[in-house]
Design a protein around this ligand. Structure first.
Ligand code: NAD
Ligand code: IPM
Ligand code: MN
Length: 379
């Protein structure tokens, strides 16, 4: 019987609430589909940070890295300054395990109202493929007094603005900040290649690549050229470049016209929240951070401190992240069964049994119980 070591970081806010329900679904699937899931939970997040004055203990990455997959809830807590948990835990995991592609599917679901009027019979089925280790997320920058900043500038100690070099104003000194967006050809090629393959598997004729090369031609012109290179090996899928601002507009108007959306890191972050909002809510948006080593599965949403502890969190994004994880582990039947169970639950439940996010009245734990009932064919 296949056996998987699953590392679990429930994290902060609604993270532990939704992960509890996701784990219930995983445990219900294992005996039915003949695999074993050995869970190892790590108490990292705000509590650990406040108690031990560190984000992660030494050796944590090595320990987590031995797992078959990592399931994460969310991090971030109002008691902790913004930054360390997001940078040194979440983003550090993506970087440390070189999880270079972030797959974020969103689609229409039964009982999930779409806040956009679609033509009769039309549905949404969007797959954001987000580059996950480069762009502005490299966090190479600084802020401070312009005198010191000029010394830290990477290029001839000057700022570039288009082709013109612009000296950073020194007198009088001003407060200023910069951060570098970096793209590399291997980094762009590997995520583009993955996006094209996913588009082919889905039978898409078109794939969109969303940038802002009109405003930032150095960075995103490079992306456009590199993605066009990758496109040559995939003649069955037509590559369409789109400005990301226009994509945001078009998505809000006619989301059913879009399928695979390849995005650089920062735009992919924003577009995936938008896609989630259009297709039923963040509580239904799952994601997979895929690398050649350890991959990580997590809801798109954060720790939602505004609803933590109220029972209002929708755990389905975490549940569906387990489906993405099972698919990655090769347990495709179990993965499909879980997605079907979520669909059955949403289709068959009266309003009062739906998550609060979908205007229902079922607390997080109840939603998890109903998904388990659907898995077991008792719904
Ligand atoms: P958020 O995603 O936590 O919340 C945005 C809005 O969506 C809130 O109104 C929230 O109540 C709602 N929401 C989110 N998930 C929901 C769910 N499952 N069910 C119902 N409603 C849900 O974004 P934010 O408020 O910008 O961030 C809060 C904290 O989370 C911050 O510290 C942020 O840095 C962190 N964050 C972490 C991750 C992660 O760990 N992967 C992702 C995003 C944000
Ligand atoms: C996400 C989050 C993270 C990101 C934050 C918390 C750093 O918004 O996973 O979408 O920007 O990638
Ligand atoms: Mn985000």
């Amino acid at each position: 019987m296949p056996s998987y070591e699953i590392a679990v970081i429930p994290g902060d806010g609604i993270g532990p609430e939704v992960i509890c329900e996701a784990v219930k679904a995983l445990n219900a699937l294992a005996p039915r589909f003949g695999f074993k899931a050995n869970l190892k939970s790590y108490p990292f997040g705000a509590e650990h940070y406040l108690r031990h004055h560190e984000v992660l203990p030494p050796g944590a990455f090595d320990d987590i890295g031995a797992a078959s997959a990592l399931l994460l809830g969310a991090v971030g807590d109002p008691r902790v300054p913004v930054g360390p948990l997001e940078q040194e835990l979440l983003l550090a995991l993506r970087f440390r395990f070189d999880q270079y592609v972030n797959i974020r599917p969103t689609r229409s679901w039964p009982s999930a109202p779409v806040p956009v009027s679609l033509p009769e019979g039309a549905e949404t089925d969007i797959l954001v493929v987000r580059e996950n280790t480069e762009d502005f997320y490299m966090n190479l920058g600084t802020s401070g007094n312009s005198r010191g900043l000029r010394a830290a500038m990477p290029v001839d100690r000057r700022l570039y603005r288009g082709e013109a070099r612009v000296e950073l104003e020194l007198e009088p000194p001003v407060e200023a900040a910069f951060t570098l967006g970096i793209l590399t050809s291997p980094g762009t090629l590997r995520v583009a290649e993955r996006a094209f393959r996913l588009a082919e598997e889905r039978g898409e004729r078109v794939m969109y690549s969303a940038t802002k090369s009109n405003a930032l031609p150095h960075l995103y012109g490079f992306w456009d050229r590199t993605v066009a290179e990758a496109a040559k090996a995939h003649p069955g899928v037509k590559l369409k470049n789109i400005n990301v601002d226009n994509l945001a507009y078009q998505l809000a108007r006619a989301p059913h016209l879009f399928g695979v959306l390849l995005c650089p890191n920062l735009f992919g972050d924003i577009i995936s929240d938008l896609a989630a909002g259009i297709t039923g809510g963040l509580g239904l948006a799952a994601s997979a951070n895929i690398g050649d080593g350890l991959s990580m599965f997590e809801p798109v949403h954060g720790s939602a401190p505004d609803i933590a502890g109220t029972g209002k969190a929708n755990p389905l994004a975490a549940v569906l992240s387990v489906s993405l994880m099972l698919d990655h582990l090769g347990e495709r039947e179990a993965a499909d069964a879980l997605e079907t169970a979520v669909e059955t639950y949403l289709a068959k439940s009266p309003r009062v049994m739906l998550p609060y996010e979908l205007d229902g009245g079922a607390p997080c734990q109840k939603v998890g119980d109903l998904v388990v009932q659907a898995i077991e064919g008792r719904l």
